[in-house]
Design a protein around this ligand. Structure first.
Ligand SMILES: [Zn+2]
Length: 287
């Protein structure tokens, strides 16, 4: 994710400043979200919204607007999901662990009570757990369904696991299976959820880095936008004509302008007109 200011052209009408988060989706396109505006006193003057200050004088309020909306959820689906469906980061997953008992033999006497014990143990640990004891579906059907719903961890319990005092745990982020001792399942699963959270963030960040290009010139810019998409980090002279021409020719727009603190190189040349500038921006194709 990259955050920064929006260019003049994309500011919300009347806002003094507009800040945004841009995230790269798995197809290399940019999605803007969580946009916030410093609206200043523009609207409070129009609608006459005032307050009495400490000197008992009437003042127009200063307003901000925060775009924390369902678009953030859309970004989550598109950035992390795969061909099997959703992939929830554990911290916000409605269900973090699903337990699927394998229904063979006298499973209701042998396996189900243990599954219920494990459910309680994990809930006590503070985890969000679901025990799937539906009888009308096969385990395979359930595995696919919970994968599609993006549950970070699946616990399978079969007759062999009872004997070995273990369970099989499958990670949604990597698909890796491992056996976990029943005695330490609460600690182990908490740990695994933390690892998944970290791994999912790192994978998304790595994808963004791999697909963010710095270009020498405008020809290279055009070639990348045609073939690979992703973000292009480049200098821009702050002239709107340059931005418009780049958009016409490549469909890429300025997604964010880097804040001063994030700039590394001091000066460079505008990728389009070669004019000297200090402003660094990210270009990308937006939804
Ligand atoms: Zn320029």
């Amino acid at each position: 994710m990259i955050s920064g200011k929006k260019s003049e052209r994309e500011k919300f009408a009347g806002a003094l400043e507009t800040y945004a988060i841009e995230a790269m989706m798995s197809d290399g396109k940019a999605l803007q979200m969580g946009t916030s505006h410093n609206l200043g006193q523009q609207f409070s003057k129009v609608f006459n919204i005032r307050f009495e200050d400490r000197d008992q004088k009437l003042q127009y309020v200063w307003q901000t607007s925060w775009g924390v909306s369902t678009r953030l959820i859309g970004a989550l689906v598109m950035a992390h999901g795969d061909d099997s469906g959703l992939k929830f980061p554990p911290n916000i997953a409605p269900v973090q662990v699903v337990i699927v008992p394998i229904p063979t033999g006298n499973w209701k006497e042998n396996i189900l009570p243990l599954a219920r014990d494990i459910e309680k143990k994990l809930e006590k640990e503070g985890l969000r757990v679901k025990l799937d004891e539906r009888e009308e579906f096969t385990p395979g059907w359930k595995f696919s369904e919970w994968e599609m719903r993006g549950v970070p961890l699946r616990v399978e319990i079969g007759p062999k696991d009872i004997q070995k005092k273990q369970v099989v745990v499958v990670r949604r982020d990597t698909g890796k299976k491992e056996s976990v001792a029943q005695s330490s399942i609460n600690k182990k699963l908490s740990e695994m959820l933390k690892q998944i959270q970290k791994n999912m963030f790192e994978m998304a960040l790595q994808f963004q880095k791999q697909n963010t290009h710095e270009v020498k010139d405008y020809d290279e810019f055009k070639a990348i936008m045609e073939s690979k998409r992703g973000f292009i980090k480049a200098f821009w002279c702050e002239d709107r004509d340059c931005e418009e021409k780049i958009k016409e020719e490549t469909m890429a727009t300025i997604r964010v302008i880097l804040m001063d603190k994030d700039k590394k190189a001091a000066r460079g040349k505008c990728v389009f007109c070669q004019k000297s500038t200090e402003t660094v921006v990210y270009f990308g194709k937006a939804y």
